[in-house]
Design a protein around this ligand. Structure first.
Ligand code: IPE
Ligand code: IPE
Ligand code: MG
Length: 255
């Protein structure tokens, strides 16, 4: 079984970059679990943070490519609610990255009509990180192009607990009847409320798991995994993932 799966994966990963993308079938929402920064650095005898720095440069390229291809929403898993378990110097470095990225890239993002969003708990972020992301959200709020959504201090189970509490409060206040609770209502109380569910999920670095990412929203997404470490991820890999996505038949439980 494992072998069969591996073969299928290799076959998919061999898709030539030349293979033409169908411009009519570009996934509207692509979500990426950007993983493998630490291993990338370790392989080079560098500290883990060097991998995070390099990974930041890849983000720029993938944003550009997404915009060019007509992807409407790009969600990037940048920091999970579990990543606080890491050594403090690494967490501190990761919490400086949004500022560094936005300081360098915000003018360009504004020019490219990108809307910056955050999915996650902003309250627990250090003040400097929160200020940087709030500024980016505000400065790009008039744009109507690509939604660049950073999942920052995001955890799907935490998100669901918060959504359930919100729905319960509405019931308690008499604004909502239990029998009127629907999937749409639950969905609208999630931190992604208003965003379409991802069509395509990409995870780099060879890990085949979700790590608490969008457990509700990924119910019918197509998954594409690659061994490539995030700092080595290129436009070519991104296009490969989309070519594979375009070959899939999405049935949503139908025929
Ligand atoms: C992904 O790379 C970035 C974050 C989780 C913040 P990792 O730091 O997890 O790198 P590996 O998985 O240890 O190689
Ligand atoms: C998932 O990667 C989180 C992000 C990419 C931000 P992790 O490296 O934290 O996941 P695990 O621990 O390997 O599952
Ligand atoms: Mg990792």
């Amino acid at each position: 079984m494992l072998k069969k799966w591996t073969n299928r994966k290799e076959e998919e990963n061999n898709t030539s970059e030349e293979a033409s993308l169908d411009p009519q079938n570009i996934p509207e929402h692509v979500a990426i679990i950007m993983d493998g920064n630490g291993r990338w650095a370790k392989k080079r005898g560098l500290p883990r943070v060097a991998g995070h720095r390099e990974g930041m440069n890849v983000i720029k390229k993938i944003v550009k490519t997404s915009n060019k291809l007509g992807v409407k929403t790009l969600t990037l898993y940048a920091f999970s609610t579990e990543n606080w378990k890491r050594p403090k110097p690494e967490v501190d470095f990761l919490m400086r990255l949004p500022e560094r990225f936005l300081k360098a890239e915000l003018p360009q993002l504004i020019e490219e009509n990108v809307q910056v969003r955050i999915t996650g708990s902003k309250e627990a972020l250090p003040g400097h990180t929160r200020d940087a992301v709030n500024k980016a959200i505000e400065d790009t709020s008039g744009n109507d192009g690509l939604i660049l959504n950073f999942a920052l201090n995001y955890g799907s189970r935490h998100e669901m607990v918060e959504a359930m509490k919100d729905v319960y409060k509405e019931i308690e206040r008499g604004r909502l009847a239990i029998e009127d609770v629907t999937e749409d209502i639950i969905g609208s109380h999630l931190m992604t409320g208003g965003l379409k569910d991802p069509d395509l999920l990409i995870r780099t670095s060879g890990e085949i798991r979700l790590s608490n990412f969008m457990l509700w929203q990924l119910a019918y997404s197509e998954f594409w995994f690659t061994e490539v470490l995030w700092p080595d991820f290129t436009e070519k890999h991104f296009k490969e993932a989309i070519v594979v996505y375009q070959k899939r038949t999405r049935r949503f439980g139908g025929v």
